[in-house]
Design a protein around this ligand. Structure first.
Ligand SMILES: Cc1ncc(COP(=O)(O)O)c(C=O)c1O
Length: 366
């Protein structure tokens, strides 16, 4: 394809590549929803049609992610940053503190949000290593009386992830799994709460899925406004106020595709395969590419790398764009380069990137 019709392949960390099939199916359904005579944005959230669709979406998510039966699934408006604030409000009862494992940019934001409204402390930090590795769970110093222990399962900015999810921790484990939920098999039964912004593996920006153990919903203090309280959202089946119906519908479209493609096992396999292809290409040229994350903690969804200097990074970005590959800029807080490959990225996309990386390295003087 050429000209305006040409579809780029995006490796952006925030607005992911969408499968062509999902885009086509969504485009077809957008103006005519299931014979209702209504377009998707015209569907009222109090209608029977919407209730049915929402149940389908939730059921599919439960099946795909392996959500234990005693968990509530909430579909909440806004990105995961909202949950950074809501989480301590809902789980930290008066007189208790919350523990955090600091593994990067988003983990810090979560910690800062908790500190803004009450006591919070660090159980472990990877800062001394420049966040190039995730502190091993054996080194965490968890306060057994903490209301919860917060971790970030995948660090989108630094390109690291937790290889193992620990068991038998002294405090309920809470995770921001925004960038790896449904990209790999996470043992959801080990988490008291898992939340994920949909904008990576689940599709649209501006929507967050919260999976919370039901018995924890009663912890929220009574004085909290209902809109900030998970318990109220759960009781209202995520329709406490007017929900972002179009976003939820898009999320549903993405989940349907994931299920058709083979579900979580297949997503997990593709994640490993894509990462293998791209890391191998980068490692084949150690004179040109540098990989700052510790090998054993490397993320398989966000491949963070650099060339020898900023000017060569910029050259690479321009050359990649000319080949139809975009979104390879590193996060603005760290610079460098990053290839984010979420559930919707085809294996062929990773191959295209790998062949470009080989080509660029071969013509770039050492
Ligand atoms: C792991 C993680 N948590 C939280 C966020 C924040 O997302 P938002 O800006 O949508 O709130 C991001 C964004 O990329 C992320 O990668």
């Amino acid at each position: 394809m050429s000209g305006p019709e040409r579809r780029l392949l995006t490796f952006s960390a925030g607005a992911p590549h969408w499968p062509d099939e999902v885009l086509a199916a969504a485009a077809a359904e957008f103006t005519a929803f299931r014979g209702t005579g209504l377009a998707v944005p015209e569907l009222g959230h109090r209608t029977r049609e919407w209730a049915t669709l929402q149940e389908e979406i939730e059921g599919r998510f439960r099946r795909l992610a392996g959500v234990p039966g005693d968990r509530e699934v909430l579909l909440l408006p806004g990105g995961p940053t909202w949950q950074f604030a809501l989480l301590p409000m809902n789980l930290r009862s008066p007189g208790t503190s919350a523990d955090y494992v600091l593994t990067g940019h988003w983990a810090r934001k979560a910690f800062d949000a908790a500190r803004a409204t009450g006591p919070a402390r660090l159980a472990a930090s990877g800062e001394a290593d420049g966040f190039s590795r995730v502190p091993s769970p054996e080194t965490w110093q968890v306060d057994p009386s903490a209301a919860y222990l917060h971790v970030t399962t995948n660090n989108t900015v630094y390109g690291t992830w937790m290889r193992e999810i620990p068991v038998d921790l002294p405090a309920p484990l809470v995770a921001d799994a925004t960038s790896d939920l449904l990209a790999r098999r996470l043992p959801l039964e080990r988490f008291a709460v898992v939340y994920a912004g949909a904008q990576k593996n689940l599709g649209p920006t501006g929507l967050t899925v919260v999976v919370v153990r039901r018995d924890l919903l009663d912890r929220a203090p009574g004085g909290l406004p209902p809109i900030l309280r998970w318990r109220d959202h759960a009781a209202a089946r995520s329709r406490l106020n007017t929900p972002p119906t179009v976003l939820a519908w898009l999320l549903g479209r993405m989940l349907e595709w994931i299920e058709e493609e083979g579900g979580l096992d297949e997503m997990d396999r593709r994640t490993r395969e894509r990462a293998r292809i791209v890391y191998e290409a980068l490692e084949a040229h150690p004179d040109v590419y540098r990989l700052p994350a510790a090998r054993e903690d490397r993320s398989l969804v966000n491949v963070v790398f650099r060339t020898r200097d900023d000017a060569t990074d910029r050259e690479l970005l321009a050359a990649a764009r000319a080949r139809g590959l975009v979104g390879l800029e590193g996060h603005r807080s760290v610079g460098g380069l990053r290839a984010s490959m979420y559930a919707g990225m085809p294996i062929a996309g990773a191959r295209r990137l790998a062949s470009f990386l080989h080509e660029f390295a071969e013509r770039s003087p050492a």
